[in-house]
Design a protein around this ligand. Structure first.
Ligand code: S3P
Length: 457
């Protein structure tokens, strides 16, 4: 299957809505779904996964694991994987196409880099612009030969050494993908691979690898610096995984319900791992009516149901150190801020420049296009809100937000259109299928007025 976007854009428009109501179950977490396919494909024996996100990004990772020897099938609601065993991936016969998926490609580059075979990685126009040096640099230290496009972009070809060199690596930016890539490379290196992260990022790799039986220790010093040490070449054993709902996808119906008058929705089975809850913390500070109910532990992760009601929000200053726990949620937060009383200031946003799009400028451009007063800094965004959304929406007939092959830009501005005085159009909604294929139906199901039309680019 070849997944491409951009040849045929599918614009969609969101219109002022009222009284969003109902109970929804958000699809599985993207980070955990990628890792479930990867670790299940790598481990000995069988892994059974329920609740997997069946978005294009995750399916690309599944296809890559299949191309390297894993057997993957689906029976009713369960994905069943027969893995190859740690150290036993096969050389892929063709290049591995990851479409739009940054997590898929960066983690798999780590996983495969230390194998003594050749593998080539490709992606769509968005992924091909994103920096891969951050995962290629530690691999080079491990003895991996790298061929890449200028600026360490895709397509990338790797050839691992006969025996990889285990390293100790301080991750230079707050990135769970880089941390994970180094740890996964360490799975096929002798001895101990160590990763030091100064700011804690999402910890799914550490938790899940331990669950699959990897020998791994995590120490946190008094300054919060974490040292993760992994013993390479150990055995991994297949697991049962129930993937909780994605907090990053939750952001869209959550913000929609806060902004649309009369709304009252329940979002079930949401992952509330503390490395992922920065948006909820920030919205609560802004005065959001969000009740976290039915808090429970499921498969080693904290999960809860969220009851969300329309709220009058006020602007806040979001501390930069919160960024890693809400890094994918800034576009949705910026939309919430556009309806808050006063100014919301977001700082520490340098990583937003290298997401599926330059999200900082894509968000600022989209807000301005729809009448919002905001300032884009080098690594910051300030938004001055209009409670009630009066005057917001497309300032000129037919002006469409440019989504730049970025699913979260598309969903954020569709949410904005539900509460703005005038409708908002995005130039492409097809890209939403990378992470949240059910988005349109789910939003319509609780009363959101979103219309789509197919048009040639
Ligand atoms: C992810 C890590 C984050 C996040 C991405 C998923 C992961 O990327 O933005 O959507 O699953 O490890 P960075 O590591 O680049 O911050």
């Amino acid at each position: 299957m070849q997944i491409t976007h951009g040849a045929l854009l599918k614009p969609a428009a969101a219109h002022k809505s009222e009284n969003l109501s109902g109970t929804i179950r958000i699809p599985g977490d993207k980070s955990i779904s990628h890792r479930s396919f990867m670790f299940g494909g790598l481990a000995s024996g069988q892994t059974r996964i329920t609740g997997l996100l069946e978005g294009e990004d995750v399916l690309a990772t599944g296809m890559a694991m299949q191309a390297m020897g894993a057997h993957i099938r689906k029976e009713q609601d369960t994905w069943i994987i027969d893995g190859v065993g740690n150290g036993c991936l096969l050389e892929p016969e063709a290049s591995l196409d990851f479409g739009n998926a940054g997590t898929g490609v960066r983690l798999t580059i780590g996983l495969v880099g230390t194998y003594a075979f050749t593998a080539t990685f490709t992606g769509d126009a968005s992924l091909s612009k994103r920096p891969m040096g951050r995962v290629l640099d530690p691999l080079r230290l491990m003895g991996v030969q790298v061929t890449a496009q200028e600026g360490d972009r895709l397509p990338v070809t790797l050839r691992g050494p006969r025996i990889a060199n285990p390293i100790s690596y301080r991750v230079p930016m707050a990135s769970a993908q880089v941390k994970s890539a180094v740890l996964l490379a360490g799975l096929n290196a002798p001895g101990t691979t160590t990763v030091i992260e100064e700011v804690m990022t999402r910890d799914h790799t550490e938790k899940m690898l331990a669950g699959f039986g990897a020998q791994l220790s995590v120490e946190t010093d008094n300054d919060g610096v974490r040292t993760i040490a992994l013993q390479g070449q150990g055995k991994l054993t297949g697991q049962e995984i129930d993937v909780p709902g994605d907090p990053s996808s939750t952001a869209f119906p959550l913000v929609a319900a806060l902004l649309v008058p009369g709304s009252d929705i329940t979002i079930e089975n949401v992952l509330v791992n503390p490395t992922r809850t920065g948006l909820v913390t920030t919205l609560l500070e802004m005065g959001a009516d969000i009740q976290i109910t039915n808090l429970r532990l499921a498969g080693g992760e904290d999960v809860a149901d969220l009851v969300v009601r329309h709220s009058e929000l006020k602007g806040v200053s979001v501390p930069p150190e919160r960024a890693p726990s809400m890094i994918d949620e800034y576009p949705a937060l910026a939309v919430a801020a556009a309806f808050a009383q006063g100014e919301t200031v977001m700082q520490g946003l340098e990583e937003l420049r290298v997401k599926e799009s330059d999200r900082l400028s894509a968000v600022a451009e989209g807000l301005k296009l729809n009448g919002v007063d905001c300032d884009e800094g080098k690594a910051s965004l300030s938004v001055r809100g209009v409670p009630g959304g009066k005057g917001l929406g497309a300032v000129s007939e037919g002006a469409a937000v440019k989504t730049h092959l970025d699913h979260r830009i598309a969903m954020s501005f569709l949410v904005m259109g539900l509460a703005s005085e005038r409708s908002i159009t995005v130039d492409d909604a097809s890209i939403i299928a990378t992470s949240f294929p059910e988005f349109m139906d789910m939003m319509a199901g609780f009363g959101a007025r979103i219309t789509s039309k197919q048009e040639a680019a």
